[in-house]
Write a protein that binds this ligand. Structure first.
Ligand code: ARG
Length: 392
């Protein structure tokens, strides 16, 4: 008999020593930072740079402290530029036995105080500005799910798809299935409460929004969180049958309620650079092989960005890949997107493990063939176009 099936009992001390997970929200002020509104933008280089430094400082401090066993995660949620300083809003998770809760909380505060007081780095932080409040699990998840490109489930493993594997629940919360008359037709990515991006060629069959539905989750049928389409915005320079400008925005009739397994991906800034060799992941419910079966569960495949010159070589695509496109996969073949993956995401995790949409599945010769990697629309090239159509 086990009257607490979800409790993690600590060895030798059953009864009053179970670990409970506690969530905290906090803030502190980073001093002497020249005023720059870019800190406020969640995908700016300034925001990522400062957040990364602060997250590393916090993680190092907790991991080398006496409560390292209680530490689960710490993140910078937002940065608020304020005169010559920046206010950092942070989010922490710890586990501890209920009886130790107050003690753990005091330790967290002390460790943060010491870390922030120590001027070893180039940053000076005002330790008196530190505040820390316990929040509920629901509030904590809501905070994370409202940010782009994050995963709420810390247990999730990091890491028409050919050569892929089953996705875990909540692993790719921005992945959508675009269905025609209830049947999966294309992939798409959630970029805002009502907006998705996908491929323009997904609307060749019929341009009528009424024929389309959108669903999320890992199982493609029955649809999970079904939504309806209000408007389809196809790139004005897209020409059916041609490969260029194969991008479209979908506006849903209603907002998607963000939750652990359904929320938006980050869009890179137009100037962001993704280098050849960088590890990225393509996901979708497309065919497992060229002309092969379709899976019921979302598939993921790790691929690499391929240099455009290599991709345009004679043996490969012989000049067909434009600057607004990006190749990803392997020149030796095998792992690739496939039919039915079109419109879906190619994503990149930055050093803070925040996921960015770098490509939109567009075309390729068959799937996983030698010298014929997948070709994607390059999201940075369309970043301003997306902003002009969505305000995002
Ligand atoms: N055009 C295909 C579709 O409509 C996807 C092509 C991607 N092919 C590839 N080998 N990566 O689903």
């Amino acid at each position: 008999m086990d009257d607490c099936p979800h409790c993690v009992w600590s060895a030798g001390n059953p009864g009053n020593n179970e670990n409970t997970v506690y969530y905290y929200q906090g803030r502190f002020t980073v001093l002497d930072i020249p005023h720059n509104e870019n800190y406020a933008r969640e995908t700016s280089p300034e925001n990522n740079y400062l957040s990364k430094i602060l997250e590393t400082k916090m993680a190092d401090a907790f991991q080398s402290s006496s409560i390292y066993r209680q530490y689960i995660n710490s993140q910078v949620i937002t940065l608020d530029p304020d005169n010559d300083s920046v206010i950092a809003h942070i989010w922490l998770i710890f586990k501890s036995p209920r009886s130790m809760k107050e003690n753990t909380r005091r330790r967290i505060e002390t460790i943060l105080h010491q870390t922030l007081n120590n001027h070893s780095g180039s940053l000076s932080i005002d330790p008196t500005s530190l505040s820390l409040t316990e929040i509920s699990k629901t509030t904590a998840e809501k905070i994370i799910n409202n940010r782009c490109g994050r995963r709420a489930r810390m247990s999730a493993t990091h890491d028409r798809v050919r050569g892929g594997s089953n996705a875990q629940e909540g692993e790719w919360p921005w992945q959508a299935s675009l269905k025609i008359n209830g049947r999966h037709y294309c992939g798409a990515s959630l970029i805002g409460k009502r907006h998705l991006v996908t491929a323009a060629h997904c609307f060749q069959k019929t341009p009528n929004p009424k024929n389309y539905t959108v669903s999320f989750g890992t199982l493609v049928t029955p649809p999970y969180m079904q939504h309806y389409v209000q408007q389809i915005i196809i790139h004005e320079n897209y020409i059916p049958g041609e490969h260029h400008d194969d991008i479209a925005v979908v506006l849903l009739t209603e907002e998607v309620p963000f939750q652990n397994d359904v929320h938006r991906v980050c869009l890179p800034e137009a100037t962001q650079i993704f280098l050849p060799g960088e590890g990225v992941v393509v996901t979708g419910w497309g065919a497992l092989f060229y002309n092969g079966d379709y899976p019921l569960l979302l598939q993921k495949a790790p691929v690499k960005i391929i240099d455009t010159n290599t991709c345009n070589s004679r043996e490969a695509y012989n000049g067909m890949v434009q600057d607004t496109m990006l190749c990803a996969g392997y020149m030796e073949g095998n792992i690739d997107a496939c039919q039915g993956d079109s419109g879906g995401p190619l994503v990149y995790p930055n050093s803070r493990n925040i996921w960015y949409l770098v490509g939109i599945v567009s075309w390729g010769e068959e799937c996983g063939k030698i010298n014929k990697p997948g070709v994607y629309m390059r999201v940075t090239a369309y970043r301003n176009w997306i902003a002009s159509k969505t305000g995002i």
